[in-house]
Design a protein around this ligand. Structure first.
Ligand SMILES: [Zn+2]
Length: 297
């Protein structure tokens, strides 16, 4: 008898719960700002996305905080890049088993290899808009697995987003095509743009290999300055998440000016020029193209 009364009392609340649940956005934790934006573009109002490594922060040297472990544990979906980009995240996932699913956004792309002594796979796959289509498909699959009743929303969001990225890819190719081939060279602070180089036919020279952080040797810096002079490259850029000291020193020693700040491994804050992944590409290419035209070639 008592049981029945309880059920009756509970019934009106039970009726409310499914609706309230359907309206609560899906909690997604992305490892860094670019994946968080991609997930928001696909999921729209149906998702609530936080990034562990926020705007303008270097993911490579990131130190996780205790609050990051709880953000991972409580997420319905965790989105990571993979290809060794987030060793700190792999450690966190080992320590705090997440309740939700984990999706690896880069799964299925053919990784390029970083040139140099350490022939490691390059994790910066998002720097090629073509490969980004695979990222979008993986995030879409993850969202649908974590929230099957939203499948229609995620499919529609992903398809519209892929179309925008394809249009952006065509725009980038058109812009780069306006620079004579011999002048398509840029010096930047770390090796994050290898996929961009491969996809769009631009050569990047970096004084610092991403596997070896810190100051490059005097010899390495000297070699780069000689190369910049010999090839008459004046397109020198800093990256938002890296240390500016090395590039500024290089530019000073070579008597050249730093041409601006590229966004490679992190977006800018919402008020900055690269608040979304698409804005990041437009910003970078808009700076690169006139700077490359200024190379003596
Ligand atoms: Zn990087």
């Amino acid at each position: 008898m008592l049981m029945q009364r309880r059920l009756l009392l509970a019934a009106p609340f039970l009726a409310v719960i499914p609706r309230a649940h359907a309206q609560a956005p899906l909690a997604v934790t992305a490892s860094f700002s670019i994946l968080a934006d991609m997930t928001r573009q696909i999921g729209g109002a149906r998702v609530s996305v936080s990034a562990i490594v926020g705007p303008d922060v270097d993911s490579h040297g990131f130190q996780a905080r205790p609050s990051d472990a709880s953000a991972l544990r409580d997420a319905a979906l965790v989105v990571r890049n993979g290809i060794g980009f987030e060793p700190w995240l792999d450690r966190l996932l080992g320590a705090s088993r997440p309740r939700g699913l984990v999706v690896t956004a880069s799964e299925g792309i053919a990784p390029r290899t970083i040139a140099g002594a350490r022939r490691a796979p390059d994790p910066h796959g998002w720097q090629d808009l073509g490969r980004a289509a695979t990222y979008v498909a993986n995030i879409e699959t993850g969202l649908i697995a974590a929230d099957p009743s939203g499948a229609g929303v995620y499919r529609e969001g992903a398809s519209a987003y892929r179309a925008r990225l394809a249009a952006l890819d065509a725009w980038v190719r058109g812009e780069i095509a306006t620079v004579p081939e011999a002048r398509r060279k840029i010096i930047t602070s770390h090796d994050a743009l290898g996929y961009f180089a491969e996809a769009y036919g631009v050569t990047f020279l970096a004084p610092q290999r991403m596997a070896a952080h810190g100051e490059p040797s005097a010899a390495a810096l000297g070699a780069l300055i000689r190369q910049a002079r010999a090839e008459r490259i004046s397109a020198i850029f800093l990256e938002n998440a890296g240390s500016p000291a090395i590039l500024e020193r290089l530019a000073r020693e070579a008597g050249m000016a730093v041409r601006g700040r590229l966004y490679a491994d992190a977006l800018s804050a919402a008020s900055g020029p690269a608040a979304t992944y698409e804005a990041m590409f437009r910003h970078n290419v808009t700076l690169m193209v006139p700077a490359m035209r200024g190379n003596a070639g």
